[in-house]
Design a protein around this ligand. Structure first.
Ligand SMILES: Cc1cc2nc3c(=O)[nH]c(=O)nc-3n(C[C@H](O)[C@H](O)[C@H](O)COP(=O)(O)OP(=O)(O)OC[C@H]3O[C@@H](n4cnc5c(N)ncnc54)[C@H](O)[C@@H]3O)c2cc1C
Length: 417
């Protein structure tokens, strides 16, 4: 790629952790930047997540044998992964791609791409935030996978091997040492694995707010407006049509999380973006909170001791953007949290639901609309949008500035399906 002097005005749509990081990286690269957000920065999926900056995020969500699990996923609305019947007709094309992404060969390919991004996840935040803010906003010490049953532990073995094959340190913890490492845990776990490399964000909202503040301090602008459409002819400067008026820029980056699909389509990129809805239960004043973030290997949720309480978060509900939340799922998470750490007061738990922006192959879309380098796409980060926020910003800024991206972005292109 030829070196171009960074100049011109870039508008970024969406101030989640991905859009805010992208806007700040572009500003630091020398562009004039406007970040357009319809609400408050950081209040989408970037608000209520489990906060993990994962060192082991190299296993896609769709794995071999997924097709045979679909009927079961439709039967239990409280299962860790469930599909809403009413949404099945709309979901079918996405689901088909999701099942296809679970072949053993594809899982290995996807895992290799995820590993390339994971390798730069934390360092990109360090560079974006600076050492002091990185230390203030994130917590090291690693995370713990815990398993109540031998079955769950055995069935996770191949995933752990895949993680290790990319260099992740995953250490077995003998049963009698589990509660020495994490005294707050109930004595119900037979196996545990410690991952020293994973950190967590102490407060995900504060992370996005800090990035947005740095953008303004660096001379970027944040505009509150809801984008309704983009006029993007090839070679012409895009016009962003919003409720509050028309915004002009030399380039636009669509980083509107789970709501990006319609905007991308207007610009000529028809991508199979959908949403994996996730929930959390938050205990504001927990009597028993862990030191580390703990992931249940039996029920697929994480419990993270944040600065404002203990957050039990996770699970997947394929149900689209419109259906009302099913807070029975959050209630279920609450009960799992109470089982994991005895003494938690269920009456004080607060519930939340959010929309992960998810591609069927668990890889984000990062790069230009094919045939139109005035429009860039930065969405679809699924379960790893916090981990990949800063590296996404770095990649987009590199591409727009004409610099060679630090990882190969070919597998992330919009027309890969
Ligand atoms: C329960 C749960 C747990 C998770 N845990 C983790 C974890 O531990 N680690 C991890 O790495 N990831 C995790 N994730 C995933 C992560 O939260 C997401 O991938 C990430 O937040 C996506 O960021 P985003 O900026 O793309 O989207 P969002 O945060 O949703 O931001 C999109 C923004 O775009 C704005 N917007 C949308 N449309 C428009 C429009 N038309 N005009 C103007 N603005 C618009 C929205 O208001 C929103 O602010 C979790 C997610 C969930 C739900």
């Amino acid at each position: 790629m030829a070196e171009k002097a960074p100049s011109g005005h870039v508008a970024v749509i969406g101030a989640g952790v991905v859009g805010a990081s992208t806007a700040l990286s572009l500003r630091r690269a020398g562009f004039e930047v406007t970040l357009i957000e319809r609400g408050e920065p950081g209040m989408g999926a970037s608000y209520g997540n489990a906060g993990l900056l994962s060192a082991t995020g190299t296993v896609p969500i769709s794995t071999p044998g997924m097709l045979w699990q679909v009927p079961r996923l439709l039967m239990n609305p409280l299962a860790p992964l469930t599909i809403r019947w009413s949404y099945l007709p709309q979901l079918a094309p996405w689901l088909w791609q999701f099942v296809r992404a679970g072949s053993p060969a594809r899982v290995q390919e996807i895992s290799n791409v995820l590993a390339g991004l994971v390798a730069h996840g934390q360092d990109s935040y360090r560079a974006l935030l600076g050492e002091d803010d990185f230390a203030d906003l994130t917590q090291g010490g690693g995370m713990l996978y815990v398993f109540e049953t031998d079955r769950a532990f055995e069935s996770s073995r191949w995933k752990m091997d895949l993680r290790r094959s990319h260099g992740a340190e995953v250490n077995y913890v003998a049963p009698e040492q589990i509660r020495q490492l994490e005294p707050a845990l109930a004595p119900i776990y037979r196996h545990a694995l410690h991952v020293p490399g994973t950190r967590y964000v102490r407060n995900p909202l504060r992370l996005t707010q800090a990035i947005a503040r740095k953008l303004v301090e660096a001379g970027g602008r944040i505009v509150t407006d809801e984008v309704e459409g983009i006029e993007a002819g090839a070679g012409a400067a895009p016009v962003i049509v919003a409720k509050g008026g028309r915004h002009r820029a030399d380039r636009v980056v669509i980083a509107a999380g789970a709501w990006s699909r319609a905007l991308a389509r207007q610009c000529g990129a028809d991508v199979p973006l959908d949403t994996e809805r996730g929930y959390h239960a938050m205990f504001r004043t927990p009597k028993a909170a862990p030191r580390l973030s703990v992931m249940s290997g039996d029920y697929d949720f994480a419990a993270t001791p944040m600065e404002h309480g203990l957050r039990v978060a996770g699970t997947v509900e394929l149900g689209g953007l419109e259906a009302a939340p099913n807070y029975a799922r959050a209630e279920h998470l609450k009960r799992h949290g109470q089982r994991m750490f005895q003494g938690l007061d269920g009456a004080e738990a607060e519930f939340w639901m959010g929309f992960r922006p998810s591609m069927p192959d668990s890889l984000p879309v990062i790069g230009p609309v094919p045939g139109n380098d005035r429009v860039y796409l930065a969405f679809g980060h699924g379960h790893l949008g916090v981990t990949f926020g800063a590296i996404t910003g770095r990649l987009v800024a590199d591409m727009i500035a004409g610099r060679k991206p630090v990882v190969d972005v070919t597998p992330l292109r919009a027309d890969r399906f």
